[in-house]
Design a protein around this ligand. Structure first.
Ligand SMILES: Nc1ncnc2c1ncn2[C@@H]1O[C@H](COP(=O)(O)OP(=O)(O)O)[C@@H](O)[C@H]1O
Ligand SMILES: O=C(CO)[C@@H](O)[C@H](O)COP(=O)(O)O
Length: 476
């Protein structure tokens, strides 16, 4: 039996799956947590990867490995290959002003959508380069190469310390803001614009199944991918499918040949991991909305789901807008979340649990509508990520999405997609790996719940700043 491994180095943890290359059967798994926060030293990912690999019984008997990773994170390396400063992650919003400036300086949102396929928001790597240039010029000057989390981990696995050996793939490169998925090329002019005249080295972009070399022990390295492209590979996404991922982020994406040119910036024109396109809408508030609400209510996630399902659709008028971390889609980095429509009849744990679950799913209905608005057919939803383990999410989603929802058998689909890519790199052909899935039909659609949500989502209160809060105890 030939074994291949897939790694998912995502926001909260690192997961490793080791599979039979022929049929995708999972033989061993391991995982390890990452530190929390939106600024992380890459060594933390490396340590977690090593722990997860050890927990999975090691890679000694594995023939090929691919790494998928959280997208957009800015990893800065100096000439010797040392990390210049901790990486700024996709969910770090400090570069929101830099994003707005870059949109203007490049000629506006339509110019970005037409030329690059992506209109920068704080998540996009180019905006983080601008933030670094303006706020930490010494670190910017020391930066000889910039890469993404999965690029850096692949490079570490290769054993190289030479920044000239860095590689990436098209799916992750397309999330930088300085690579056009449609043209298939970097835009050095945008790097120079964002980084105030500096031109760091960028990783070489490999083809979908092009090997990134080997580990020192001779294991073949696949090119790797952004986590969302790997998830699409893992679930065998096909025409008419939209993959909804409830990880730290909430994501809607679809594999297609349609290239979006969305000047609103909501639909990003990313690439997939097979040479096609992956229009994608991403929120900053995924499954942690459920965990945070459950923790506030003092219940575990199973009890939280049971509570949510004990209340009828619409939670008797209670609506949660889930912008706990600010928001990216819509682009409201300073927004806060809210509970609207409180009455004496609905202010209890069960209604709050229902409102949180519906609010999270409604934020994704908004994202699905944006993808459809770009001409992508969405007939059914494939639900993945940690949040898909919630029975309330699985039960409520079809009525809100207005489409049947496919829930693949429990598994780590980003890591499985990476393992499938590793098998492709090893053998030269992309294997078909059958896995079980349950399909939940639409049943009775509940558009009124979404309308209720949209009315509430318009009522945004900005994040308090320290200067707007009276900390003197004086008051007026
Ligand atoms: N049964 C569940 N109900 C709701 N949320 C869950 C459940 N199980 C896991 N989660 C949530 O899933 C998230 C982790 O999902 P994952 O896809 O691994 O995230 P990431 O890829 O961003 O690291 C956590 O926020 C966790 O609370
Ligand atoms: O920023 C995006 C996509 O554009 C996020 O989807 C990140 O790629 C992080 O993913 P998760 O850790 O939530 O899976």
């Amino acid at each position: 039996m030939t074994l291949v491994a897939g790694v998912d180095s995502s926001t909260q943890s690192c997961k490793v799956v080791i599979c039979d290359a022929d049929d995708g059967r999972v033989i061993r798994t391991g995982n390890a947590a990452h530190s929390s926060g939106t600024e992380i030293h890459p060594d933390n990912w490396w340590d977690a990867l090593r722990s997860a690999v050890a927990a999975a019984g090691g890679l000694d008997d594995v023939a090929a490995v691919s790494v998928a990773g959280q997208q957009h994170g800015m990893v800065t390396l100096d000439e010797r290959g040392d990390v210049v400063r901790p990486a700024l992650l996709w969910n770090d919003t400090r570069s929101a002003d830099a994003a707005a400036d870059l949109v203007d300086e490049f000629g506006g949102a339509q110019a970005w959508a037409d030329d690059v396929g992506v209109v920068p928001v704080a998540s996009i790597t180019a905006t983080k380069l601008r933030w670094l240039a303006d706020n930490e010029p010494d670190h910017a000057d020391a930066t000889a190469a910039v890469c993404l989390p999965h690029d850096w981990l692949t490079w570490r696995l290769s054993g190289s310390t030479d920044i000239a050996d860095l590689v990436t793939d098209r799916s992750d490169a397309s999330g930088t803001g300085y690579f056009s998925a449609a043209a298939g090329d970097y835009r050095p002019d945008i790097v120079e614009l964002a980084f105030r005249g500096r031109r760091p080295d960028l990783p070489r972009v490999l083809g979908p199944a092009t090997s990134a070399g080997t580990t020192p022990g001779g294991i073949v390295l696949g090119p790797g991918a952004g986590d969302n492209a790997a998830a699409a590979l893992g679930v065998h996404a096909s025409a008419g499918d939209a993959v909804v991922s409830l990880g730290t982020s909430g994501v809607v994406s679809a594999v297609t040949d349609t290239v979006p040119r969305d000047a609103t910036g909501l639909v990003a024109g990313f690439a997939d991991a097979t040479g096609r396109h992956l229009p994608l809408v991403c929120t900053l508030n995924g499954a942690p909305v459920l965990a945070a609400t459950a923790s506030t209510l003092g219940v575990d996630l199973d009890e939280f789901a049971r509570l949510a399902l004990s209340v009828r659709p619409g939670a008797d008028g209670l609506t949660m807008v889930p912008y706990l971390a600010g928001e990216r889609s819509p682009n409201l980095p300073d927004a806060t979340g809210a509970l609207h429509g409180i009455t004496a009849a609905n202010l209890d744990a069960a209604h709050v649990a229902r409102a949180a679950t519906e609010g999270l799913l409604c934020s994704l209905v908004f994202c699905i509508d944006q993808i459809v608005g770009q001409g992508v057919d969405v007939d059914r939803i494939v639900l993945v990520g940690g949040g898909a383990r919630s029975e309330a999410v699985r039960e409520i989603a079809p009525a809100l999405f207005g489409r049947s929802v496919v829930v693949p058998d429990p598994g780590e689909y980003v890591a499985l997609g990476a393992a499938r890519q590793a098998a492709w790199t090893l053998t030269g052909s992309l294997p078909e790996w059958e896995r079980g899935r349950a399909e939940r039909p639409v049943g009775a659609a509940t558009p009124a719940v979404y309308e209720q949500y949209l009315r509430a989502a318009d009522l945004i209160v900005a994040r308090p700043t320290t200067s707007s809060i009276d900390t003197t105890g004086g008051g007026r």
